[in-house]
Design a binder for this molecule. Structure first.
Ligand SMILES: Nc1ncnc2c1ncn2[C@@H]1O[C@H](COP(=O)(O)OP(=O)(O)OP(=O)(O)O)[C@@H](O)[C@H]1O
Ligand SMILES: N[C@@H](CCO)C(=O)O
Length: 302
C-alpha cells in the first residue's frame, strides 16, 4: 500500500535545555512511499538538489535503521522526498529526515516498532533527543538519552504561545557548532544550566509565560556559538524590549527563536529582527509559527 510520512521541523535547546528540550515547528519533510520491485530514491525541489538520489541518501539510510533494529531486510520501494525545512539552519532538518525515514521504514516492515522504539533509534543515531522527540511527538518535549534508554515527557504548548524565527541565509552545520563548545564546565555553570532548564520546563508545563525570559538564560552553548551567529548576542539581550517573551539560539543555529504572545502584534519584533540582520549585513527571513502539535503523521492511500 502507498503511504505518505510527514515529519515537522523542530527547535532544540530553547536556551539552557541543551540536548534535552525542544519544540515542533510546522515546516515539513514529506516522503511519498510506493512499494515496488526495486528501490528508487527521488529527492525533489531546490533545497534537496545537493542530496544523493540513491541508497546513500540520509533518508534511505534512516529507513534501513528500522530494518536493522528488527533484524530484517527492508522491502524495496520508490521514495519521493520533499522538504520545507531549510537544511543546516538550526531547525532540525536532519532530525525530520531521520524520523521520517525510520517511521517510513517501520511502515514498510508492517510496523514492528513502537513510537518509543522509533524515538530510541533516532535519538541514538542523532546523538541527542531534543530534535527527534518533538519531530516525532509534536508539542514541547523534555527528553533524556542514556545507556538505560530514552525517556521523555511531551507537553501541550501553553495557550497563547507562538514562535518567531529569524532564519539567516547561511548554513551552519551542527558538527561545526558543536566543535566550538568546551569539553568541561564548572560546577557553577552546571548548576546554572540545570536550574534554569528545570525552571523553563516547569514554566512551560504550567503556562508561566512571564518566567520564560529569565528561565531561558544559558551559559552552556550560546555564549560559545555567538561568534558564529552575527547579531545573536544583541537579540538575546534586547528582543524582550520588542515583545519577545524569551529568545534563544535555535538548535545549533544560525536560526534564532523568540517566543511571542499570540494575542499581541509581532510587527515591532519583526522590524527589530530585520534591523539586526541589516546591521550585521545578513540576508534572511523572519516568520511567525504556532507550535506544531501533531508531530509525525502517516497517511495510508488505498
Ligand atoms: N531531507 C533530507 N534529505 C537528505 N539529507 C538531509 C535532509 N535533511 C537534512 N539532511 C542532511 O542533514 C544535514 C543538516 O544537518 P545538521 O544537523 O547539520 O543541521 P540541522 O539538522 O538542519 O540543524 P539543527 O540540528 O541545528 O537543528 C544536511 O546538510 C543534509 O546532509
Ligand atoms: N542540541 C543540539 C541541537 C542541534 O542538533 C545542539 O545544540 O548541538
Amino acid at each position: 500500500m502507498k503511504f505518505t510520512v510527514r515529519a515537522p521541523a523542530s527547535s532544540a535547546n530553547l536556551g539552557p535545555g541543551f540536548d534535552s528540550l525542544g519544540l515542533s515547528v510546522p515546516l515539513f519533510t514529506t516522503l511519498r512511499v510506493t512499494p515496488q520491485q526495486v528501490t528508487e530514491v527521488v529527492p525533489l525541489g531546490e533545497e534537496l538538489a545537493s542530496t544523493p538520489a540513491d541508497e546513500s541518501n540520509y533518508i534511505y539510510k534512516a529507513m534501513l535503521l528500522a530494518a536493522k533494529r528488527v533484524g530484517r531486510d527492508l522491502p524495496p520501494a520508490r521514495i519521493e522526498i520533499e522538504t520545507e525545512v531549510p537544511l543546516a539552519r538550526g531547525l532540525g532538518s536532519s532530525a525530520a529526515a531521520l524520523v521520517a525515514g525510520v517511521v517510513a521504514g517501520n511502515e514498510l516492515l508492517g510496523r514492528p516498532l513502537s513510537d518509543e522504539d522509533v524515538l530510541d533509534v533516532t535519538a541514538r543515531e542523532e546523538g541527542h533527543p531534543d530534535n527527534v522527540a518533538p519531530a516525532l511527538f509534536g508539542g514541547i518535549v523534555v527528553a533524556t538519552l542514556d545507556k538505560l534508554g530514552t525517556h521523555y515527557v511531551r507537553l501541550d504548548p501553553p495557550a497563547n504561545l507562538g514562535v518567531t524565527v529569524l532564519i539567516p541565509d547561511f548554513e551552519l552545520s551542527t558538527s561545526k557548532a558543536r566543535a566550538v563548545l568546551p569539553r568541561e564546565y564548572s560546577r557553577a555553570d552546571a548548576v546554572h544550566a540545570l536550574s534554569h532548564a528545570a525552571l523553563l520546563a516547569a514554566a512551560l508545563s504550567v503556562g508561566r509565560l512571564d518566567l520564560l525570559r529569565h528561565a531561558m538564560q544559558d551559559y552552556i552553548h550560546q555564549v560559545w556559538r555567538a561568534p558564529l551567529v552575527p547579531g545573536l548576542s544583541d537579540i538575546l539581550e534586547e528582543a524582550h524590549r520588542f515583545g519577545a517573551l524569551g529568545a534563544a539560539l535555535s538548535g545549533a543555529g544560525p536560526t534564532v527563536l523568540c517566543f511571542h504572545d499570540t494575542r499581541e502584534s509581532t510587527t515591532g519584533l519583526h522590524d527589530y529582527l530585520h534591523g539586526v540582520m541589516k546591521k550585521n549585513g545578513l540576508e534572511g527571513c523572519v516568520m511567525d509559527f504556532p507550535i506544531d502539535t501533531a508531530g509525525t503523521v502517516v497517511t495510508r492511500h488505498s
